[in-house]
Ligand binder design. Sequence first.
Ligand code: GAF
Length: 384
Amino acid sequence: MSAVDAGRLAADFTATFGSAPDGLFTAPGRVNLIGEHTDYSGGFVLPFAIDAATTAAIALNASGRLRLASRSQDGVVEVDLASLEPGAVQGWAAYPAGVVWALGERGVRVEGADILVDSTVPTGSGLSSSAALECSVAVGLRDLTGSSIGLDELVLACQRAENEMAGAPTGIMDQTASLRGAAGHAVFLDTRNQHSEPVPLPLTEHDLVLLVMDTHVKHEHATGGYTDRRRSTELARDTLGVDALRDVTVADLDDAARRLDDVTFRRLRHIVTENQRVLDTVETLRSSSPAAIGALLDGSHASMRDDFEISCAELDAAVDAARSAGALGARMTGGGFGGSAIALLRTADVEAVSAAVRRAFDAAGYTAPDIFPVEPADGARRIG
Ligand code: GAF
């Protein structure tokens, strides 16, 4: 995917705000390899940062105001820092404003700032454009204020911005991937204690490709299905009397089935089996070729489609067509109800798989998908 043109962003910043930025900071989107909806119940996830990213040009000042602009949005959003609190800012600007607020709550004070962002992460595609936006601003403000706040705290500040300012009750996976991503590696994260480890994901050397298939079905995590699924997992947790669903194992499922209604049980079964699939994927990646994780990706998709019920017809069509055309495994990725699926395949099969997915969408009358390869990339950093 193409990168933001940093020189042009800096020039646009000067044209917009009247002086040059103090620095440019970039933060990637992510693909979640496996471990879906497990990051808000203490579970395991295995995402990786991708080479699509958001870049923030930032200058600090003492104006008492934030001025926020985006190259994909009209106008400049102005925010009085003295009245910055949840609910004060709406729309895309709630994310960067939320980061300023959440960092302030952790003692990283900003007295005034101008911020211009640009992004190559498609929005609403399940590739976490929101975490890329939050993290580009967060690393920038950390750097420019000279704060020594750690990456785990930055993750929590960005999550709080998203939960409380943007109103999306999401977990900590996306921000961790964006801040801790490393080229050639996925990020294995235990969301209970924020312990993370890089896990090798050597695609090219095994002649493998991970394709993203963006269905263009837009999702929205601040409303609807995501929130509803989160509530179901909380009901399961409270009914079973555990601290977190992470504490429920596959061996406990028979007992849980007797104590929960059918829908809540199936939501629980997804979380419990998905946590195990993440552990199995990590073990497989550490001992053999990534080609060996295909069945785990397939199992994850079936669980999301049938038990957690967060897939949709377009995602299922992409997954089924990719598999039928030779993919080793495929699954929807991200929060669900739209967005993207991923397929793992041999390099030689890229054309055949892509063509098969396009044909399936055409035959069903769906909007043509965007299909592109992704490589595990580095996490957030200063670039200028
Ligand atoms: C979204 C959320 F932001 C993540 O925290 C995670 O819950 C994911 O959906 C589902 O695994 O990306």
